[in-house]
Design a protein around this ligand. Structure first.
Ligand code: NAD
Length: 477
């Protein structure tokens, strides 16, 4: 099975070789080396900075229709290449092929949404106090963007950032996820083939802290965008703000699900099991803390465990696989640590609870119940195939417990009562609430968290906010 050749992408050129340090890329299902990823040298990074700075000077003046046409073409090409790009994602990231191809097809819409919305980046005219004065407000691209995208949705997270930056008239240097690079290079090829001028998009790889320090410290870069863990996001945001640079941060979450006594329990189970174990739970909006009201607790948990036990785990390239391996070996140990801690504190593991034997980073889909409040699983983001079940008595109690963590990304509610739906959706301290269905992360809706889950939104009408400066002009005629 062929895996694409890996490279840097700087100033419109795909670059490899040249004696650069190369990193092995492993297939998480087989541990085979499938590719060699060149790391950028300091000279490469400086060339990317110079190219992005040069390209910004002309791209910032490009017309919205020109940007729109490039983005529209990217969407079209992404759909046409979804099978190949998806195969690359499954090979380096591990998720089942249908999920990988689905990620590309679904995210073609991000390019298309930005193609539509970039034509509506409007300023405004403010009526003046004097008849000879005209007051206008312009929204101008911030400049060169340094973007850092993660490994769990390598296509999704990168294309959202690049589409927003390019649509706003910015140029970008993107450091993609070194473990799962194929989708990011496929994005570079899409933009290249869609006619994006050279230097507007650049892709680099390396030791994350070295690359991010170099880029953020450069006076050329005016904006940082990062998706990843809260710990790293806080570090990067602190550095960016010390240099007075804008930042958008999409960080970790620990999403509560509140299932009330009056919920349609069967429908909730049918939606939540595949959603929990999608991408082996390595999803920042994955439901992780299941607060279930006492009247339906036993039924919900039994049904959830039954469906979880039936999941088919295996190599994502094999037809019928419903959950693949974890993306990296280190995640297996990390998830195991959560389960060991829960067991030591007296929790019951109802299904799964251990890595699967044999080659590959496999961890069994796991459900844990009777968790004490101080279990790590209820406090730190597990980022794996683990669901924690907690019984509650009153809806007010559930709300208080759901809001008990510094995270505030996604949350979910299942209830047939309008009163509960209103109380919970307005009361949950989260950037996103989904009630009685799963409806997050669409191109036309804002995606983002509050508190430790980050700042700023991607998608929706808000998508360009982080990439534009506001300029006020007042002119006397
Ligand atoms: P990690 O904290 O080591 O890395 C998280 C991401 O940040 C990776 O993509 C990594 O390449 C990048 N990174 C790390 N240090 C960096 C630096 N100094 N500068 C720039 N980028 C840097 O954790 P990990 O083991 O790779 O992933 C597990 C954790 O990451 C999870 O617990 C989860 O919280 C988080 N995560 C979140 C998302 C998300 O969508 N919000 C995505 C991937 C990972």
């Amino acid at each position: 099975m062929s895996y694409p050749r890996l490279s840097l992408y700087i100033d419109g050129e795909f670059i490899h070789g040249g004696g650069r340090l190369e990193q092995d890329i492993l297939n998480p299902a087989t541990h085979e080396v499938i590719g060699k990823l060149p790391h950028a040298t300091r000279e490469d990074l400086d060339q990317a900075l110079a190219a992005a700075a040069r390209a910004f000077e002309s791209w910032r003046k490009s017309s919205p229709i020109e940007r729109s046409n490039v983005l529209r073409k990217v969407g079209e090409l992404a759909r046409a290449r979804a099978q190949d790009i998806g195969r690359g994602i499954t090979m380096d990231q591990g998720k089942p092929l249908a999920e990988s191809v689905g990620e590309v097809m679904f995210c073609a819409e991000h390019a298309e949404w930005h193609a539509e919305e970039c034509r509506r980046i409007y300023g405004r005219v403010i009526p003046a106090r004097h008849p000879a004065v005209r007051q206008t407000v312009l929204r101008e691209p911030v400049g060169v963007v340094a973007a850092f995208s993660p490994w769990n949705f390598p296509f999704n997270q990168a294309i959202r950032k690049v589409s927003a930056a390019v649509g706003a008239g910015c140029s970008v240097i993107l450091k993609g996820p070194e473990d799962t690079p194929s989708a990011v290079l496929a994005i570079a090829q899409l933009f290249h083939d869609a006619g994006l001028p050279k230097g507007v998009l650049n892709i680099v790889w390396g030791v994350p802290s070295e690359v991010s320090n170099h880029l953020i410290e450069s006076p050329v870069v005016r904006k940082i965008t990062f998706t990843g863990s809260t710990a790293v996001g806080k570090m990067l945001a602190a550095k960016a703000s010390s240099l007075m640079k804008r930042s958008t941060m999409e960080l970790g979450g620990h999403a509560p699900v509140i299932v009330c006594d009056d919920a349609d329990v069967d429908a909730a189970i049918a939606l939540l099991v595949p959603y929990k174990f999608r991408n082996a739970g390595q999803v920042c909006i994955s439901p992780t803390r299941f607060y279930v009201q006492q009247g339906v607790y036993d039924r919900f948990v039994a049904g959830f465990v039954e469906k979880t036990s039936a999941l088919k785990v295996g190599d994502g390239l094999v037809e019928g696989t419903q959950m693949g391996p974890l993306a990296q070996q280190r995640r297996v140990g990390a998830v195991e640590g959560f389960i060991d801690d829960a067991r030591e504190r007296g929790a019951s593991v109802l299904v799964g609870g251990a890595p699967l034997p044999g080659v590959g980073n496999y961890f069994a889909p796991t459900v844990v119940a009777d968790l004490p409040d101080n279990a790590r699983l209820l406090n730190e983001e597990p980022f794996g195939p683990v669901a924690g079940m907690i019984r509650f008595k009153t809806v007010e109690e559930a709300l208080q417990r759901a809001n008990g963590l510094p995270y505030g990304l996604a949350s979910y509610v299942f209830t047939r009562s309008n009163h509960n739906a209103h109380l919970l959706s307005t009361g949950l301290a989260a950037g996103m609430v989904s009630v009685n269905h799963i409806g997050l992360a669409l191109a036309e809706t804002p995606f983002g968290g509050i508190n430790d889950s980050g700042m700023g939104s991607e998608g929706g009408l808000e998508t360009f906010d982080g990439y534009l400066n506001t300029k006020f002009i007042t002119q006397m005629n």
